[in-house]
Write a protein that binds this ligand. Structure first.
Ligand SMILES: NC(=O)c1ccc[n+]([C@@H]2O[C@H](COP(=O)([O-])OP(=O)(O)OC[C@H]3O[C@@H](n4cnc5c(N)ncnc54)[C@H](O)[C@@H]3O)[C@@H](O)[C@H]2O)c1
Length: 309
């Protein structure tokens, strides 16, 4: 997708740097061969390496997919300490060798807290340059509304994912609209079923990752890659006028979310910078759900910091 221009635009040549661990080196080389064989006109070069310094040198955009997700029977603390050691090494390499103003997107789970660890170990990278992926959840919410109303997904906009990329996230449709023949209409009005919107809809989006794993016996791949491209494209090239998207970003205390968490907010992007959408009214139910996911992130942060000691 990146080599086809879906992430950075069809007029932007790219050099791909791909990092994996030594046991995966041969497979990584196979991916490199396929990239060369595809003869993508925009692909100016491919670096396939197991050396984190070589991988990070000169990069303008870093998409971090290597991580250690929790496996059955593992304690949360064990998972966190594995991610702390991975992100410590990668953060230091990015800080020392990436291009100035490199934009970082953390995809690997626990995505928000991995991003926070990365920020901790790369103090000279501005915090506004470190983000995590919740665009997949955002796109899932758009998809659910589009299916329910039988409208084209591109006519639905301004859903919000608040909080953690986990099952405590809060998919919020209170500000979402649909383009209709008679103008833009609120999603709540068109769906006209608050019980579904406040119940099954939220649950489906929260649990979608698990549902995909159950069905495929593998986690989401196409939709995750596509939404990572959406995240970077909008960040670099800007969001359309009147549209906001969800990004996990460093909280400045907006909407009463504790500062210092990587929390998913509604944002607009322009000139390569994101900005949290301000002034949206928050109802009682939303407040509770936004606080619950913030609470989970605060607990993850405490756990992560205890692994740093
Ligand atoms: N935020 C999201 O929306 C979202 C969506 C999908 C997947 N994920 C997460 O993204 C991550 C990747 O998912 P996947 O399905 O591609 O997993 P995967 O296991 O297929 O791929 C992960 C790759 O990372 C490599 N890796 C492991 N440790 C590494 C290290 N220290 N340095 C460099 N590379 C390393 C592995 O060898 C493997 O090739 C997982 O943590 C998954 O939970 C997040």
């Amino acid at each position: 997708m990146i080599a086809r221009g879906i992430m950075l635009g069809v007029d932007q040549p790219v050099i791909l740097h791909m990092l994996d661990i030594p046991p995966a080196a041969e497979a990584l080389n196979g991916v490199k061969m396929e990239l060369v064989d595809a003869a993508f006109p925009l692909l100016k070069g491919v670096v396939a390496t197991t050396d984190v310094v070589e991988a990070c040198t000169g990069v303008n955009v870093a998409v971090m997919v290597g991580g250690f997700p929790r496996k059955e029977g593992m304690e949360r603390k064990d998972v966190m300490s594995k991610n702390v050691s991975i992100y410590k090494a990668q953060a230091s390499a990015l800080e020392a060798h990436a291009a100035p103003n490199c934009k970082v997107l953390v995809v690997a789970n626990p995505a928000n807290t991995n991003a926070l660890i990365l920020k901790e170990f790369a103090p000279s990278i501005p915090e506004k340059n470190i983000t995590c992926l919740t665009r997949l959840d955002h796109n899932r919410a758009l998809g659910q509304i589009s299916e329910r109303l039988n409208v084209q997904v591109s006519d639905v906009k301004n859903v919000i994912i608040w909080g953690n990329h986990s099952s405590t996230q809060y998919p919020d449709v209170n500000h979402a609209t649909v383009k209709t023949a008679s103008g833009e209409k609120p999603v709540r009005e068109l769906v006209a079923d608050d019980e579904w919107l406040n119940g099954e809809f939220i649950k489906t989006v929260q649990q979608r990752g698990a549902a995909i794993i159950k069905a495929r016996k593998l986690s989401s791949a196409l939709s995750a890659a596509s939404s990572a491209c959406d995240h970077i494209r909008d960040w670099v090239l800007g969001t359309p006028e009147g549209t906001f998207v969800s990004m996990g970003v460093y909280s400045d205390g907006s909407y009463g979310v504790p500062a210092g968490l990587i929390y998913s907010f509604p944002v607009t992007c322009s000139g390569g910078e994101w900005k949290i959408v301000q002034g949206l009214p928050i109802d009682e139910l939303s407040r509770q759900k936004m606080d619950a996911t913030a609470q989970e992130l605060s607990e993850e942060k405490t756990l992560a910091y205890s692994c740093l000691e």
